[in-house]
Design a protein around this ligand. Structure first.
Ligand SMILES: [Zn+2]
Length: 250
């Protein structure tokens, strides 16, 4: 029975993941999320429903469009698989309201990570979508409110200071205000202690990434970093590990 429930969660997750892929592609390009039906970004042919099955279509078509044979981005199966795993995790580990909040937050954070990596922007609509649901959740769980408010303030203040300091030192803006808004939201979700850990970890990973691209080519050294692409996955991981802390009574 357990296997059946997990499979159902996984299938739901990959279907949602397939929808997240649509948002990742359409939101920054200002295309409606509802219409038109899914199409190949290369040949623009509509994809029939039987060729639009999450994960399976990609596997059967060996990662290529059935019409024009152009390679489909690896992002599609990766996001679907990831969302499937996150759904299985959420509903096996958390009570129902917390599980729903987890799939909502992790889903939107996945979208933000991929959009920022390509477009260097964090859509405000996604920030608002996360804030609205966190607001409702916190009203229903009053014990969490103080930690959430402090988390949001601590995270934003800390990153704001880093932003101000690097501005003074390097005379350039090292991150965008979208990053600040995102850290505010992640602080509300994570709480005060974990948001600091999250910023610390994201900065270290971003620094390694910057070192790596600078080593490969000097011209890329001055390129902006998609900081949200680091914040988003680290937030999901720290939130998930946080469960272990609380279960141990720490
Ligand atoms: Zn095509």
């Amino acid at each position: 029975m357990w296997v059946f429930q997990l499979s159902l969660l996984f299938i739901t997750g990959i279907i949602i993941g397939s929808f997240l892929n649509v948002i990742i592609y359409r939101l920054p390009n200002n295309v409606s999320i509802v219409t038109p039906r899914s199409y190949c970004p290369h040949c623009r042919k509509t994809i029939p429903f039987y060729r639009n099955i999450p994960l399976l279509s990609f596997l059967f078509q060996k990662g290529r469009c059935a019409e024009c044979r152009v390679k489909i981005s690896f992002r599609y199966p990766v996001v679907e698989l990831l969302t499937g795993v996150l759904w299985m995790w959420a509903f096996s580990v958390y009570p129902l309201p917390k599980a729903l909040l987890f799939v909502w937050m992790s889903g939107i954070l996945t979208v933000i990570a991929f959009i920022d990596a390509k477009h260097f922007t964090v859509p405000l609509s996604l920030i608002v979508a996360m804030f609205a649901v966190l607001f409702i959740y916190n009203i229903s769980e009053p014990t969490m409110v103080t930690d959430s408010i402090i988390g949001g303030i601590v995270g934003t203040t800390y990153l704001g200071l880093v932003l101000g300091l690097t501005w003074l030192l390097f005379k350039k803006q090292t991150m965008g205000f979208g990053d600040l808004q995102l850290v505010f939201i992640c602080g509300i979700w994570l709480g005060a202690i974990q948001v600091l850990l999250m910023i610390f970890m994201s900065s270290i990973i971003a620094l390694f990434y910057w070192g790596f691209i600078s080593f490969r080519s000097a011209t890329q050294r001055n390129q902006r970093l998609p900081f949200a692409s680091f914040i988003a996955p680290v937030t999901i991981i720290i939130y998930a590990i946080g469960f272990e802390f609380t279960s141990l009574g720490l």
